[in-house]
Write a protein that binds this ligand. Sequence first.
Ligand SMILES: Nc1ncnc2c1ncn2[C@@H]1O[C@H](COP(=O)(O)OP(=O)(O)OP(=O)(O)O)[C@@H](O)[C@H]1O
Ligand SMILES: [Mg+2]
Length: 368
Amino acid sequence: MIGQTLALKGLEKRYENAVAVDGVSLVIRAGEFLSVLGPSGSGKTTLLTMIAGFENPSSGQIMIGPQDVTFVAPNKRNIGMVFQRYALFPHLTVAANIAFPLRMRHMSESLIRPKVEAALAQVHLGDYGNRYPHQLSGGQQQRVAVARAIIFEPPVLLMDEPLGALDKKLRETLQLEIKGLQQRLGATVVYVTHDQEEAMTMSDRVAVVANGRLAQVGSPLELYRSPVSAFVGDFIGRMNFLEAEYLGLENGNHMVRLRGGNVVSTAPADDDVSAFSLGRAISVAVRPERLSLAPHGRDRGAILTGTVDAAVFAGSFFLFFVRTQTGNNRLLQIQMPVGHAAATLRRGDLIDVIAESNALRLFAKTEA
Ligand SMILES: Nc1ncnc2c1ncn2[C@@H]1O[C@H](COP(=O)(O)OP(=O)(O)OP(=O)(O)O)[C@@H](O)[C@H]1O
Ligand SMILES: [Mg+2]
């Protein structure tokens, strides 16, 4: 199977009293795994149903390879689809469910049988062909849905929260299986999820959506390291936001005064500096793993002083919640390695907060 390029151009879906998808333009490369990540109601399902052809866009264009499919019927688009709920035919056996798209295409029974067996093997359900859906677990049903979606070797595969109903362990197993399958097949995949870890694990690129618009599209690493807005920074991984006042540039570094008094310098500007003006209230974003803490007065160069509110053992690290004057009423989160001396700090201890160089990112206040 060779994946095809999927191009969305100015795609919009307007309902009477809502704009579900608001001008999405995006090219998904052949064989690419792209996740669409966003909060509930942000337009993910609407976007997918337009690509699948179950909804017509209000405006815009959908291309698969060289073909404009904007107004092509769903069954003529050659797209595989897996929904959040298993959506298997209850009265058909597993094998018949998987064979269904081939029978629809009038393939001869002698060709169908080996294809179904191969698909069953690919989703690790070799012995389950004669069962009915209600005789399977949730994870097994979802595997059948995946097998049914890939059996006709579609160049484009759409999945709408296919693992949403499953528990965490099983979800992680199936994430790897789906990803492995996609790589073997070379299919172009658009995968909807609101679970950012899932999007980060599986994807070549992630499209973050908010209010029907693309907030940012990039590799998981790009989104994590260089979010273009406070929204994206907050949505991907953990992020602290500190209130601050912008003081201007010094030797190419942004200087800001954190609420509570400390002046800190942040990474040289690669963004649009003109967005910040002198004395303006801004938001300083910093990841928990790029901060550390130490007993008060021990370290020079601390950016903040605070008190420990809680220390949570998270298995592979400690997460400290620290109360500061600057934290916008949110507790500051600081991630420390297990075994670090600071891990013995307790609730109520007075501490200093230290930031790695280049760890701070500035955002205009209105975005937070
Ligand atoms: N048929 C419809 N008529 C009117 N509004 C609709 C219709 N379908 C969806 N919407 C609205 O469009 C917006 C986007 O809905 P959509 O189902 O695409 O969100 P989503 O990102 O998939 O959310 P979730 O994560 O909850 O599944 C919502 O505000 C929703 O209420
Ligand atoms: Mg949805």
